[in-house]
Design a protein around this ligand. Structure first.
Ligand code: ACM
Ligand code: ZN
Length: 754
């Protein structure tokens, strides 16, 4: 019957099928007519049958989107609500003719329907306009999540509520509240008051990026926590917005704040402070029975506060260093026939799984909980890629996909020099938009185990709420499409609706969203005489202002000019001296500026051949090495070429046979990320088709605190081709992160000067 009604509707409206709606996330069906309802501010409403909460939420939505009021006696269009039985779960439809009818299957779908309706209404000079239309909608995935780390930086109850309110407006339904970590315990536990009295506060916080050396600290007491009353308030608030909270209590790793309060639950018993440094720490919860009981008592209180099904117990990044040496842990292994410390971690998680299952809840943990064997009822949150999720789903366990490649909103979203400091990585809006929680490699029969996806917002480098919003918006809108839409509209269609309708709305809601989307995109390519860049943007015909300065022989010359999008600017190889250029590209749409520096040498834009292939994860192309732009700090994936082999051979064709004076090559060091300077470097030149030894091997010597090291190697040979041979350390030395593994070698830039 419903199908017939729908077909009839399509026929009488004489509609074409693929219309783009202004709604984000885009609905399953959207059909519009060339007629509109116009009204001046009031809607005649019939709330009969709606819960009090729904009535309140709908009234609130009407006010925040358009300042629209409801009345029982208005002359404006009539809006009515109809609850339908026996229809798809959480589905709704909106029918706008001479009046507005919202049909829904559940309270949440009524809430979502009304949000969609608000997004359809346009403001005109005399009031409001609503196109006559039909919308039919339901979500693709049941887990549509956003996470927030409140340990590294603390956010107030009001800020958390704003976070929840906004996410609900984009039809997210799961808030993952990361409440505990090494740098702060943020949830009051009545049985263990020291968790917040001591664990809620740190004495210092590191400055700058982790990789910046030497490290410095701000020595201020920093912290905070939520009382149980506040947590109840947030849970009730989320509930009113149809958002379920998944609390995370990290174990056995990321537990330094808890251990600062109760060191007796560590392996060593040694009292240490709450951490002020970011990273992964060796001191984790000991696996002895006393710790298990301590954590279960904590979970008892957590369960009482959070009514949702899932309780997150972390499980990620737990080094086994202490467990290997701890008599208590070794005893637990022996008594339970566990072969190694991974199995011990699995045992630890199984104890929590059993406990939570008995209490009618479900354990969820990061994908490391697969190591040593996945506990029988556990759900998995796959963050180190899709693989963990595929493995868990193939074992018929529930999975939430949050791969770093698409879902880490602590990564950079743009390449511009104006982007604020981020942990690293590069996850622009387009990349988030591409996200599909169901990877190709998953056997179809296991697809139902993928509940959905989520973005994670780790806050090491996000110290205030404005920046949280900057990192989350508008990327969350791209994610909402990926998690909601049966079929996503094209990225460009999404971007147009985003810019046209949703960024203005976010502005009205005082959301400090990122304007990265307006920054010009600079695309680099080789040119005949060096390199060139094209300025690209989606805004048709945008004009950019470019300011450049050129430093040659200590003389500065400056230029200012306008360019149209798609115009290209060439920078030539330097025939003699090194020439330094600085460019500032300013978008006229907003005042953001992208700046870059270029050093033009004889190798600018020269063909580079990787005899040894870089790692696919750190290969932004061969031009990166010779584009005149030196990899910056904190390092970004796209600026450095990364190798995971001990020998690296790179050939450069300088296009002209002549005598070159010197070759410069720069390397990166970041021990925490297993990136080390190489051991030695050697250079060859091509003569009569044969590689001849030119210089080296030059041994590396450097200071521990150096982060970038540039090497100068003498050439002084007439040649057109050079071969650079680099030898890394065979393994990372003991005592350093990743000891025993092959280190990464990161290179940028290679320059040849005449
Ligand atoms: C994680 O990012 N360590 C889950
Ligand atoms: Zn132990």
């Amino acid at each position: 019957m419903k199908c017939i009604f729908f077909l009839f509707f399509l026929v009488i409206m004489n509609l074409n099928i693929a219309q783009v709606s202004p709604i984000i996330p885009a609905p399953v069906v959207y059909q519009e007519l060339n007629e509109s309802l116009n009204f001046d501010g009031d809607l005649l409403v019939n709330f009969i049958g709606l819960s009090t909460n729904l009535q309140e939420q709908i009234t609130h939505l009407a006010a925040i989107y358009h300042g629209i009021q409801f009345s029982n006696f208005s002359s404006g269009p009539k809006i009515s609500f109809k609850k339908l039985e026996n229809v798809k779960q959480d589905s709704y439809s909106i029918n706008v003719s001479n009046e507005i009818v919202i049909s829904f299957s559940s309270d949440v779908s009524c809430y979502y329907a009304f949000i969609s309706l608000m997004q359809l209404i346009e403001t005109t000079s005399s009031g409001f306009k609503l196109k006559k239309c039909f919308v039919k909608d339901y979500p693709k995935f049941s887990w549509r999540g956003l996470h927030l780390d409140v340990s590294r930086h603390f956010f107030t109850v009001e800020e958390v509520k704003k976070y929840i309110d906004l996410m609900s407006l984009y039809k997210f339904n799961t808030f993952h509240w990361h409440l505990t970590d090494d740098q702060g315990w943020r949830i009051e536990i009545k049985n263990f008051p020291k968790l917040t009295e001591i664990g809620g506060w740190r004495d210092s916080t590191m400055n700058n990026h982790y990789s910046t050396k030497p490290r410095t600290y701000t020595r201020h007491k920093y912290g905070g926590y939520y009382t149980q009353e506040q947590i109840k308030e947030v849970v009730a608030y989320a509930n009113s917005k149809f958002v379920t909270i998944v609390p995370e209590i990290e174990m056995p790793g990321h537990s330094r704040a808890a251990l600062a309060a109760y060191p007796e639950y560590s392996c060593t018993g040694i009292q240490q402070g709450v951490e002020g440094l970011w990273g992964v720490f060796d001191d984790i919860f000991c696996s002895k029975e006393e710790t298990i009981l301590f954590l279960q008592k904590i979970l008892d209180e957590v369960i009482l506060l959070f009514p949702g099904k899932y309780i997150h117990v972390g499980g990620d990044e737990a080094p086994k260093t202490r467990w290997e040496k701890c008599t208590n842990c070794q005893k637990v292994m022996h008594e339970n026939n566990l072969k190694n410390e991974h199995q011990l971690q699995s045992y630890f998680i199984q104890r929590m799984d059993k406990y939570l299952t008995e209490k009618g809840r479900k354990l969820i943990g990061w994908d490391e909980i697969l190591e040593g064997g996945l506990s029988s009822n556990a759900a998995v949150m796959s963050w180190r890629g899709f693989e963990g999720g595929v493995e868990a789903a193939s074992q018929e366990h529930e999975v939430v996909m949050t791969p770093g490649s698409h879902c880490y909103f602590d990564h950079y979203q743009g390449k511009g020099s104006n982007e604020p400091i981020a942990i690293g990585g590069f996850t622009p809006l387009e990349k988030v938009y591409e996200f599909n929680p169901i990877p190709n490699q998953l056997n179809k029969k296991y697809e139902p185990y993928i509940l959905g996806g989520q973005a994670n917002v780790w806050t090491e480098y996000i110290s205030d709420f404005d920046k949280v919003e900057y990192m989350v918006y508008p990327r969350a809108l791209a994610l909402s499409q990926a998690l909601w839409c049966l079929e996503k509209p094209s990225f460009n269609a999404f971007k147009n609706v985003l810019m046209d309708k949703h960024l203005p709305f976010l502005k009205k809601m005082k959301v400090h969203y990122a304007k990265t989307i307006f920054s010009p995109k600079i695309e680099w390519e080789k040119s005949k005489k060096g390199v060139q860049f094209n300025i690209k943007s989606n805004d048709q015909g945008e004009i950019y202002e470019v300011e450049s300065s050129e430093i040659k022989n200590n003389k500065i010359s400056k230029m200012n000019f306008n360019v149209l999008q798609d115009e290209c600017i060439e920078i030539n190889r330097s025939e003699k001296d090194q020439i330094n250029y600085t460019y500032y590209v300013r978008s006229k749409n907003d005042s953001s500026t992208t700046q870059f520096n270029i050093q033009a040498t004889s190798s600018l834009g020269a063909p580079v051949k990787y005899i040894t292939q870089p790692s696919a994860s750190y290969n932004s192309g061969s031009l990166t090495l010779v584009d005149g732009q030196h990899g910056s700090l904190p390092w970004k994936r796209n600026e450095w070429i990364g190798f995971d082999t001990t020998e690296i051979d790179i050939e450069i064709d300088l296009l002209k046979r002549q005598k070159y004076k010197q070759l410069n090559v720069s390397f990166l060091s970041d021990e925490h990320s297993w990136i080390h300077f190489p051991e030695w470097i050697e250079v060859f030149y091509l003569r009569k088709g044969k590689w001849k030894h030119c210089s080296g091997p030059v041994q590396f010597s450097y200071l521990q605190s150096e982060q970038v090291r540039s090497f100068q190697i003498e050439l002084n040979k007439p040649t057109r081709n050079v071969l650079v041979k680099i030898k890394s350390l065979t393994v990372i030395p003991n005592g350093l992160p990743g000891a025993g593994h092959i280190p990464w070698t990161f290179i940028d830039e290679i320059e040849v000067v005449k």
